[in-house]
Design a protein around this ligand. Structure first.
Ligand code: TXA
Ligand code: MG
Length: 358
């Protein structure tokens, strides 16, 4: 156990004196959790193999799951990437700083433990003012996975980080809740055509306005998943409760969530319902008596009419439900348009692939 210090910092105008302390800690090989526009990251000097190994220990993360390296600006790309195809440069110029990660051939300076031995490295320029100031002042690339324990939901607040990592890391920069709420979109440029490896805060539609040829590959399931996309195994955001994702026509989804909630509670289970506001409204009369008796807990995450808010609230809602005594979580999605695709992907993983098609 080590003492975890927490420093509050303004999200839009971070105090340079606070950032300086965090930057010094990074240079000293320490672990610093910091906000990005997507989720909180757990950062260490990417060029210091010992510091990077401590990230894996703190998170209980398997060494086979490579990390994303964060840069202060696009000009630092060639410090880590040995080759940048023109399409990648275009995409970076269009969407950095922002929720985009690009996989490129790596330079030898990037230690093998960062990339889990792969010849490629994942790179990202975050747009959060605190993250940017930290990269700038640290003066080194910062390797940072999401700041959660392995297989826990990603953290969107400093409280989430502390719940998972207090006593295991040196410092947390607390700038309040993150804006986008789900991780960056990963596009792999070591293959042609480039492949979207993970849907995220930047939508496929946005990416294709700049690089129309990017393909979305099935990025989960199947025994080959580990090779196709390292770290993208189905079991990834698995909460303690058993999650089931309901998909089908809206009426049938509502009908079956209500019916299964009644069946499960009749058997003594404690049920959580995780859904956008429209679905919870449709379920309200059905579930109200059970909710009043405490056997059902409902938790909205945004609304189908506001996909961005759904993404922002998703992980916090999943964590909050999972911290209650529920044994089962029945969930509905907001569809797969825009950022909905990324939210649906996180739900699918939380459900470990358990989808009830109705
Ligand atoms: O938004 C984000 O991307 C957040 C914030 C902190 O920046 N970070 C994040 O990191 O989500 P993490 O470690 O939770 O996810 C990193 C994923 C790995 O699981 C892996 O799938 C992929 O990035 N990755 C990293 N290096 C790769 C490589 N060389 N080739 C393919 N995929 C890679
Ligand atoms: Mg993660």
């Amino acid at each position: 156990m080590i003492e975890t210090r927490v420093l509050r910092v303004d999200a839009t105008q971070p105090d340079p004196a606070v950032i300086d302390q965090a930057a010094l800690a990074i240079r000293q090989g320490k672990l610093v959790a910091f906000p990005t526009e997507t989720v909180y990251g757990l950062g260490a000097n990417a060029l210091d193999a010992e510091a990077v190994k401590r990230i894996f220990e703190a998170k209980d993360r398997p060494a086979t799951d490579p990390l994303i390296v964060h840069l202060a600006h696009i000009g630092q790309l060639s410090t880590c990437a040995s080759q940048v195809p023109p399409a990648a440069r275009k995409l970076g110029l269009a969407f950095w700083a922002g929720p985009l990660t690009m996989v490129l051939p790596k330079r030898p300076a990037v230690p093998d433990c960062v990339t889990a031995g792969l010849p490629s490295v994942a790179l990202r320029v975050p747009s959060h003012p605190v993250a940017r100031a930290l990269m700038e002042m640290a003066g080194v690339p910062v390797a940072a996975p999401s700041a959660n324990r392995f297989s826990r939901p990603s953290p969107t607040t400093a409280a989430h980080v502390l719940a998972d990592l207090e006593g295991r890391i040196d410092l947390v920069l607390d700038a309040g809740p993150t804006d986008i709420g789900i991780e960056s979109t990963i596009v792999d440029f070591t293959v042609d055509p480039p492949i979207m490896r993970r849907p995220g805060g930047l939508t496929l539609e946005q990416i294709r306005t700049i690089v129309p040829g990017v393909v979305a590959r099935a990025w989960y399931g199947g025994p080959e998943a580990a090779q196709i996309a390292p770290g993208q195994l189905t079991r990834h955001y698995a909460p303690r409760a058993e999650v089931t994702l309901y998909e089908g026509t809206p009426e049938r989804v509502i009908h079956w969530v209500a019916a299964d909630t009644r069946t499960l509670t009749a058997r003594g289970a404690r049920v959580g319902v995780l859904a956008p506001e429209e679905d919870l409204r449709a379920l309200a009369t059905e579930l109200a008596p059970l909710a009043a008796s405490g056997r059902v807990k409902v938790r909205p995450y945004g609304a189908r009419s506001s996909p961005e808010r759904s993404a922002r609230e998703f992980f916090a809602a999943l964590r909050a439900l999972d911290e209650t005594d529920v044994t089962h979580i029945l969930a509905t999605s907001i569809g797969t348009d825009g950022v909905g695709l990324a939210v649906r992907d996180r739900l699918f993983r939380a459900a470990e692939g358990r989808v009830r098609k109705v």
